[in-house]
Write a new protein. Sequence first.
Length: 117
Amino acid sequence: VELVESGGGWVQPGGSLRLSCAASGFTFNNYDMSWHRQAPGKERELVASILSFGGFTSYADSVKGRFTISRDNDRNTVVLQMNNLKPADTGVYYCKAVRRFGNSNYWGQGTQVTVSS
């Protein structure tokens, strides 16, 4: 099982980044997917989630209207489009897979996002 995040980096406030998570080793469309982030000295927090069939999404209040989560069940990927980034969005972003009916869950290794001028 593997979740590999990519697309992180440095961006100025107001800029955009597109994070991608490539999944392998499990039946992707049986899993709800989510993005989490962890800022230095803070606990990991849920940013956005999307159900296994892709029909329902939810977002943390702090990112509503700026971030969009989507998934491609044919390509086993989940994407987080981040627009109008703020310094408070800085952190390590993690992809997570949770089995829709069951106890399995997996984490990626994370990708760093830094928003600063």
